[in-house]
Design a protein around this ligand. Structure first.
Ligand SMILES: CCCCCCCCCCCCCCCC(=O)SCCNC(=O)CCNC(=O)[C@H](O)C(C)(C)COP(=O)(O)OP(=O)(O)OC[C@H]1O[C@@H](n2cnc3c(N)ncnc32)[C@H](O)[C@@H]1OP(=O)(O)O
Length: 194
């Protein structure tokens, strides 16, 4: 297995992550952050439809069933899709931190091939926080939550404000999102930290 690059090692003055008091209870299903998200949205026919749940501490679990549309080699999941599943699971941590963050760096190890129809059991946790930098790690296992690790990742997420999306997204999708009161309420709620 490869090592992790030094930017993914939290500095000495990084702090332990804090579970937000209003975080969903452990086991609670987290909704999608955006209906058209390729990772978790219901509006993407060939998306991952990843269903994540809040975990203990600052962690989440998720399940992703590999479908035929997700192949790279015959009968096997595409590596980029597996990286997406890890990225999406890591992205779901913002429900527990109540912070909006985007992936700055994602380093992935692919340890076992993952066949079509397999359920990938994912888990992610925040390991440290330093200012806007959120250090986190994730695994995807085969056969069950305690099965063999097929894929794993270390990542650095960077906290952003809702304006990150408003300023950079294609105007038609931003307009549609802003007209959806549930979407706006969800995104703004994450901006209010104690
Ligand atoms: C109405 C609308 C509703 C919207 C509702 C949305 C709902 C919530 C959606 C969530 C969605 C999640 C989905 C899954 C996760 C994705 O897939 S997110 C998508 C993929 N990621 C991206 O698109 C990010 C693209 N990158 C960027 O926009 C910018 O580079 C960033 C990450 C915001 C950082 O830029 P910046 O804010 O200018 O910050 P910057 O000062 O450069 O860096 C801050 C610190 O981070 C470090 N850093 C930054 N980038 C890196 C890097 N790549 N490597 C190492 N260190 C880095 C810097 O060195 C710096 O460190 P310090 O100097 O503080 O020690």
């Amino acid at each position: 297995m490869s090592g992790t690059s030094s930017v993914l090692n939290p500095p000495a003055d990084a702090v332990a992550p804090v579970r937000h008091p209003d975080a969903p209870a452990p086991g609670e299903l987290l909704g999608t952050h955006y209906e058209h998200c390729f990772g978790c949205g219901g509006g993407q026919e060939h998306g991952l439809h990843l269903a994540a749940r809040a975990g203990e501490g600052v962690s989440v679990t998720a399940e992703f069933t590999v479908r035929a549309a997700h192949q790279g080699a015959p009968g096997l999941a595409h590596g980029g899709i597996l990286a997406t599943a890890l990225d999406e699971t890591l992205g779901s941590l913002h429900w527990v931190l109540r912070t909006i963050a985007v992936t700055g760096r994602l380093e992935t190890d692919f340890l076992l091939p993952v066949p079509v129809d397999t359920v990938l059991y994912l888990e992610a946790e925040v390991t440290a926080v330093h200012g806007r930098k959120i250090y986190c790690t994730a695994t995807g296992r085969l056969g069950g939550p305690d099965g063999d690790v097929a894929v794993r990742a270390d990542a650095l997420f960077i906290e952003v404000k809702v304006d990150h999306f408003i300023d950079n997204g294609r105007p038609e999708e931003i307009r549609a999102a802003m007209e959806d009161p549930d979407q706006v309420r969800r995104a703004r709620a994450f901006e209010v930290n104690p």
